[in-house]
Design a protein around this ligand. Structure first.
Ligand code: NAD
Ligand code: DAU
Length: 341
């Protein structure tokens, strides 16, 4: 089986590639990634030597690059590539529309032309918007409220449109907040871990009572593999952790695991239009494909903290932009300095 992965140098995509390569050593994987600030080939050292793995640096908005990179009749396209950070989308939406909407459209066009047998599209629970009471199901109404969520909603609707119009085989997944190793420390959990480990304050937006549902990235990767291999064409599956908690609860648990004082938590101005609660139901994927999360939040958080403690070099390189030198040395790429967080 040959899979063509976009955005495989990011947090979730790299987990998926590492897991897939271990599970299917005979399978072929092409990783197509633009290497934005969020893409880091150091996340993939475990598979670099894999005979059937190849990396291509490219932009999903570039039709010619995709035409060249996607083999005819490829078995599946697994589409992670996106601008993924809500705060950045509030600061400027243009790159989100370009990559998440236009990039998805260009990728869909080329996928059809190349006769891709399946298109697995990775979406988010944020397309459902903020929930009052109750759960977000696969057939609930979509109500995106941030530029990021709006761009992801447009992307998944484009996938459905191509399925309905041209009969393309697709599966869409919507995941809640992922956490785990290799996550870029702009997202709240790795940011809080890294700041706490270096005694720096942890910003808490607004009252900190916003609710998020945390799923470990390794559990998500298993669900994505199932969706790809056994998901029914044209279906959408939600993937969640079943652990809805307020940000304050999560950060307090984190600090207690690190033996740090709560005075590290610093209230800051709230995110504009901050969604109050996400509550994704994963009942469908459990019922139809037999998936449920296996890693409890405390266990996953402990192991994530352990990973960040053990991988301070990775953290340092990511935080000061040094990882870009790695590309230069390895691939002769002359990349602009990445945004330092
Ligand atoms: P990430 O930001 O860590 O990685 C994104 C990857 O896409 C990077 O490697 C980047 O270089 C690449 N990329 C960006 N623009 C590109 C372009 N134009 N062409 C090719 N590659 C490009 O993101 P992530 O957290 O791993 O998320 C992966 C996917 O999962 C995204 O589609 C995101 O919307 C979705 N998602 C993420 C979460 C989460 O909690 N992280 C939850 C639900 C859904
Ligand atoms: O729900 C899935 C989504 O989860 C994904 O689709 C996105 O790609 C991913 O970035 C994530 O979005 P969030 O906005 O939920 O993640 P973030 O880590 O930015 O924020 C999580 C919560 O923590 C949110 O309520 C905002 C809050 N927060 C965030 C940061 C960065 C803080 O209180 N302080 C912070 O410094």
């Amino acid at each position: 089986m040959h899979i063509f992965v976009t955005g495989g140098a990011g947090f979730i995509g790299s987990q998926f590639i590492r897991d897939w390569a271990e599970r299917f050593p005979e399978g072929h994987i092409t990783n197509f990634d633009k290497l934005t600030y969020a893409g880091n080939l150091a996340n993939l050292t475990a598979v670099e030597a894999h005979a059937n793995y190849r990396f291509i640096r490219g932009d999903i908005c570039d039709r010619n690059a995709l035409l060249e990179a996607i083999p005819a009749n490829v078995d599946a396209i697994v589409h992670f590539a996106a601008e993924s950070d809500v705060d950045r989308s509030i600061a400027g939406a243009a790159e989100f529309v370009r990559t998440n909407v236009v990039g998805t459209q260009v990728l869909l066009d080329v996928a059809r032309e190349r006769g891709a047998k399946r298109f697995l599209h990775i979406s988010t629970d944020e397309v459902g918007g903020t929930m009052g009471l109750g759960w977000f199901f696969e057939d609930s109404k979509l109500d995106p409220r941030s530029p990021y969520a709006a761009s992801k909603t447009a992307a998944e609707q484009l996938v459905r449109a191509v399925g309905a119009t041209f009969g393309m085989d697709y599966v869409i997944t919507r995941t809640s907040n992922n956490y785990g190793p290799y996550q870029f420390p702009e997202k709240v959990l790795p940011l809080a871990i890294c700041n706490a480990l270096s005694g720096q304050p942890i910003p808490v937006y607004g009252d900190g009572l916003q609710i998020r549902d945390w799923v470990h990235v390794a559990d998500n990767s298993k669900a994505l593999q199932l969706a790809l291999l056994q998901g029914k064409a044209g279906e959408t599956y939600h993937i969640g952790g079943g652990t809805p908690q307020t940000n304050m609860e999560v950060l307090r648990t984190l600090l207690s695991m690190l033996y740090c004082h709560e005075s590290l938590l610093k209230r800051v101005t709230d995110r504009l239009g901050h969604d109050r609660r996400y509550a994704v139901s994963y009942a469908k994927i459990e019922r139809e494909l037999g998936w449920h999360p296996e890693i409890s939040f405390p266990t996953g958080l402990r192991s994530t903290i352990h990973w960040y403690r053990q991988n301070q070099e990775w953290v340092k390189a990511v935080r000061n932009g040094e990882y870009l030198n790695y590309y230069k040395a390895q691939y002769g790429l002359n990349l602009p300095a990445g945004q330092v967080v």
